[in-house]
Design a protein. Structure first.
Length: 265
């Protein structure tokens, strides 16, 4: 989990070399929730914790130093416009190497890739909203499925809620302890769906009390970058936030999301 102690520390020098598509994977996962973020430049890699403007969902991302061809960080924190970084990374081929260099004297990040050099003006980290730590919620129910299974469940929920008069649909995650199954339930004005996972469908399942409703839009947002074969761990409770975690880039990028429940629907 990204630390916040560095928020008050000025970033020192930073140099790194990494494949473009690996860096895109990191920022696309963060961009599902925010347009700007703080990056903690730690010895072990890049760490980002951010909360969306509505305070509904959080992301905690850690890109290990092992994901880089070369990596040197002096500590501290910088602020970036995530959309602008992704625009820059869209120019070179994904398999090319990007060279990153932060100069604390100019407070700008230089990105070199694909025969071009881009100097990115950074954001003062103090102007980016403070993110809380991801709490330990004591969630007892856990469902482990692959990204393709999650996509099918969310797609089914979206079809049902398309008949809803509400601007955005909702889905309920429930665990039936007696039957040892997890339900993804969604209802529209005329249609409804119950997508069920049992111990034979899931990679792993821990039975526990769970019944919470969520915004389907947020789940679709955070699930969009997940590969079909990624192993996704979902922990849920009763009227509690859910935690969803998965890894990418050969296990060198760790992503942990928290999504708050919808109350009163």
């Amino acid at each position: 989990m990204a630390t916040t102690d560095a928020d008050t520390e000025a970033a020192e020098g930073f140099e790194a070399i990494i494949q473009v598509d690996a860096l895109e994977t990191l920022f696309e996962a963060v961009n599902t929730l925010v347009d700007e973020c703080k990056i903690n430049l730690t010895d072990g890699g890049l760490e980002i914790t951010a909360v969306d403007p509505s305070n509904v969902a959080m992301v905690d991302a850690e890109l290990d130093a092992a994901a880089f061809e070369a990596y040197q960080a002096g500590g501290g924190v910088i602020g970036v416009n995530v959309d602008r970084v992704l625009d820059v990374l869209s120019v070179p081929d994904g398999e090319e190497l990007a060279q990153l260099a932060y100069d604390p004297a100019t407070r700008k990040l230089v990105i070199q890739a694909g025969g071009f050099e881009y100097t990115l003006a950074l954001i003062d980290p103090e102007t980016i909203r403070q993110e809380p730590d991801l709490p330990d919620l004591g969630l007892e129910a856990r469902l482990v499925i692959d990204g393709g299974q999650l996509d099918r469940a969310l797609t089914a929920a979206g079809i049902a809620t398309a008949s809803s008069s509400h601007k955005s649909g909702h889905m309920r995650l429930q665990v039936d302890a007696e039957a040892a199954v997890c339900h993804v339930v969604a209802e529209g004005d005329t249609d409804d769906v119950d997508y069920t996972f049992d111990t034979g469908d899931a990679i792993d399942m821990t039975i526990g009390p769970a019944d919470s409703m969520f915004s389907l839009e947020y789940w679709n947002d955070v699930a969009t970058p997940i590969d079909d074969d990624a192993r996704v761990s979902i922990r849920i409770g009763e009227e509690m936030p859910a935690r969803m975690a998965y890894s990418a880039i050969d296990g060198r990028l760790h992503l942990d999301y928290m999504i708050s429940p919808r109350v009163g629907q």
